[in-house]
Design a protein around this ligand. Structure first.
Ligand code: NAI
Ligand code: MG
Length: 480
């Protein structure tokens, strides 16, 4: 007999979504100069949530001027302790309004409320608390005496962790004394617009944070604006390369946080039940829309069958559906375009001879959905072993010896994350030394902390975000 869960929907009464939004420039919501509006939808039911503004080049210019003036006249005149007060204030307001942010994020993005409530929003607040603490201690960060900010920074963020990526960008920029022009992704602009209200509520001086909605054209106008001194980008490797080229001929500083194809390596002596949980968390967290996802499972040949049996049982318990239901594990795919990409890459897996497995699960009729999936019989040459799928799809590859595991793990153009599962401390250290990945987890996965630097090697990006290393990216000087 199968016991079903009763529905446990989170109420949406706490959010107040306006039918249209203007741009947040110089402390106020202002209409665009000539920009059209575009819709943002809830990907779980395809309903239109609101219409936001496509910021034009002249809006970008206005925002950069506001940020520049705020930098010269106010923000650079404050002491670190004074800046810290604003950051603490923002952090506390995020905590107070956490439920509102969590519900709004789930609606606009499609991710489960359990994740926005327990991960995205608490971590976003933690980033502001952490950086508030640094604001008056920059002289002691080992980055030289009295280190100086860049001035105006342009920040472009993706749709997979909208509010968390905003916090990763805005908190260190403000703590180090920069002012900001930020663009959220086109499918998930609403929490950034709510954050603009938080800036007002915190009495942040006008122009210190400016938020412009829009697509890649708005992003490019930010990247190419001569009044911007530093660009911080998170998104696809493809766009990262375009930005690197545009910035190369300028004096702008640059950090890029791009894609990944992380190896989650399971050695024969791994604690198997915990490992299964780690695999699930590594690839099915946030529908697999995670740059550091453990999307390649490297498993030692002699435990493969046992591990996959347990993984199948566990995957059969993943609850797919309404993101606002508190029991949901896997929510909606963020957009139709992303769903097409996941389907296309999965079909290439079928065509190239890999074998697909998904548990039985009923997917809702409306909205964008993809079941938790893994492929076996994957070779190193298959597209599903090489390209970022950015969806709930795992590629299983086996190995016989530890050195073969390392060789396969490093055989990728990316180098963002890796996981190691073993009972032996010496094997963790041995593996971690040889893996070319910016973040390595041992006997856990997808753990984030504002104090810990995050970033990649090779095509996964340049520079680090978070921790003391992340601060250096927002200060002038070569700290490498
Ligand atoms: P994208 O890289 O196009 O979008 C990220 C951000 O960049 C958005 O705010 C977008 O408006 C902006 N943007 C786009 N073109 C730009 C340009 N020329 N100049 C400046 N800004 C620009 O990513 P997209 O199209 O949403 O997703 C495509 C693929 O990228 C995904 O399937 C996934 O594989 C990967 N991706 C990786 C992310 C990561 O965190 N590593 C995040 C988002 C996507
Ligand atoms: Mg949306």
């Amino acid at each position: 007999m199968k016991f079903e869960y009763a529905p446990a929907p989170e109420s949406t009464a706490i959010v107040n979504i306006q039918s249209e939004y203007n741009l947040f420039i110089d402390g106020k919501f202002v209409p665009s100069k000539g920009g059209k509006r575009f819709e943002t939808i809830n990907p779980a039911n395809e309903k239109v949530l609101s219409r936001v503004t496509q910021a034009t080049a002249s809006d970008v210019d206005k925002a950069v001027k506001a940020a520049s003036e705020a930098y010269r006249k106010t923000w650079s005149k404050l002491t670190g302790a004074q800046r810290g007060k604003y950051l603490f204030r923002i952090a506390r307001i995020l905590q107070e309004r956490a439920r509102e942010f969590a519900v709004l994020e789930s609606m606009d993005n499609g991710k489960p409320i359990r994740e926005t409530r327990d991960t995205d929003i608490p971590l976003a607040a933690a980033h502001f608390f952490y950086h508030a603490g640094w604001a008056d201690k920059l002289d002691y960060a080992g980055l030289g005496k009295n280190p100086k900010p860049h001035g105006v920074v342009g920040q472009i963020i993706p749709w997979n962790f909208p509010m968390l990526m905003l916090a990763w960008k805005v908190a260190p920029a403000l703590a180090t004394g920069n002012t900001v022009v930020l663009k959220p992704a086109e499918t998930t602009p609403l929490t950034a617009l709510l954050f603009a209200e938080v800036c007002q509520q915190a009495d942040l001086p006008k122009g210190v944070v400016n938020i412009l909605t829009g697509d890649g054209a708005t992003g490019a106008a930010i990247v190419n604006h001569p009044g911007i001194n530093k660009i911080a980008f998170t998104g696809s490797t493809e766009v990262g390369k375009i930005i690197a080229k545009s910035v190369a001929s300028s004096k702008k500083a640059l950090t890029l946080e791009l894609g990944g194809k992380g190896a989650n390596i399971i050695f024969e002596d791994a604690p198997i039940d915990e490992t299964v949980e780690g695999i699930i968390n590594g690839i099915y967290f946030n529908q697999g829309h995670v740059c550091c996802a453990g999307s390649r499972l490297l498993v030692q040949e002699n435990i493969k069958e046992e591990l996959l049996e347990k993984l199948k049982r566990r995957m059969s318990m993943i609850r797919v559906g309404d993101p606002l239901d508190k029991n949901t594990d896997l929510g909606a795919i963020n957009s139709q375009a992303q769903l097409m990409k996941i389907r296309e890459l999965s079909e290439s897996g079928d065509a190239e001879g890999a074998e697909r497995w998904s548990p039985q699960c009923e997917l809702p009729e409306k909205g964008f959905w993809f079941p938790p999936t893994f492929f076996t019989g994957v070779s190193q040459a298959h597209r599903i072993a090489r390209e970022e799928i950015f969806g709930p799809v795992l590629s299983v590859i086996s190995f016989r010896t530890p050195s073969e595991a390392i060789e396969k793990a490093n055989n990728t153009p990316f180098g963002l994350s890796a996981g190691i599962w073993t009972d032996k401390g010496s094997r963790i250290l041995w593996s971690a030394q040889q893996l070319k990945a910016g973040v390595i987890w041992a006997n856990t996965f997808n753990k984030f902390d504002p104090a810990s630097p995050f970033g990649g090697y090779k095509e996964s990006g340049w520079g680090r975000e978070g921790g003391r290393h992340g601060l250096s990216a927002y200060l002038k000087g070569d700290f490498s």
